[in-house]
Design a protein around this ligand. Sequence first.
Ligand code: F6P
Length: 359
Amino acid sequence: MRIAITTGGGDAPGLNAVIRAVVLSANQRGWRCFGIRRGFLGLMEGDGILPLGPDQVRGITHQGGTILGTTNRGNPFRWPVARPDGTVEEVDRSDELVAAFRASGWDALVSIGGDGSLGIAHDLWRKGLPTVGVPKTIDNDVAGTLFSFGFDTAVATATDAIDKLHSTAESHERVMVVELMGRDAGWIALHSGIAATADVILIPEIPFDLEPVCAKIRERDAKGRRFSIVVVAEGARPKGGAQVLVERRQAGGADRLGGVGARVAQAIAERTGRETRSLVLGHLQRGGSPTTFDRLLSLRFGAAAVRAIADGRFGTMTAFTPPTISLVPLAEVVGRPRLVPVDGDTVQTARDLGIALGD
Ligand code: F6P
């Protein structure tokens, strides 16, 4: 057996642990592995195939990032091509990719990625490539799995950051607004916001109104708590309004979100008269060493992907369905972001603790 491995989309802590587990599990069976560099670019551009054995994956379990590199602009079905007039069009180059895969003599593909990369994996499987997906995203918005790896580390980073904001907010009697990642799903903001005892948490699933946000801040002021912490997911939007973008979608890519935290901060300052500061935690949430939970989840996913190949269970994704890792059909996963259930107990916990959710 010859297994190809690709890491696509935004990086997340735990990618290297998955790669290591795939390589070592395959090696135990006498199989060989090959890493495709930079998503599918290494295969499309023919310059990026890396033979992977135990030596190549030594000492990488605890390392963030991916030894293969990644890109969120390498969709073979929507390949960006520059026209002479400067515009960019998208063309379908998936046949070339399938031909390159077959020419390499590979028997299986392990595609490690978020919803976008898993959608590509699903389309490649429908074109006949024997593919198994592994769910990766700090946003935790892949359907079919309770957690994707990377999420726990991102939440730990965000919780630590919010903890640090508390002392400076209290010393200066300020409102601190922190914008966290989370395009369509507010998992990072909700979990870290509750754990770090934020006063307000705004998530994409609950369009917000500024009045209850400001009421919460005034209520705290009246009790002598003259500082407040507001956590905003980058994808949060006001009731009846739109998400805040840094940049519109470019060919082959996605809209870049960002800026809602600054807008919320400005509105709070204007409405309450309180001194307010905002910051964006940004890509710090994607970096660093994976937590123990993420390392173990990643290693379990990687080993399960190789077992799936051994059993011929292609067109599936490894999923965390406690207490086991199971396989779910990719068809049931792609294009269905797993959002925070607004009637779930975690949201209810926030409400029970008196945290304002902007509704
Ligand atoms: O999907 C993960 C994510 O971290 C999103 O929350 C964020 O919008 C996006 O990646 C940013 O990606 P990049 O800056 O790499 O394009």
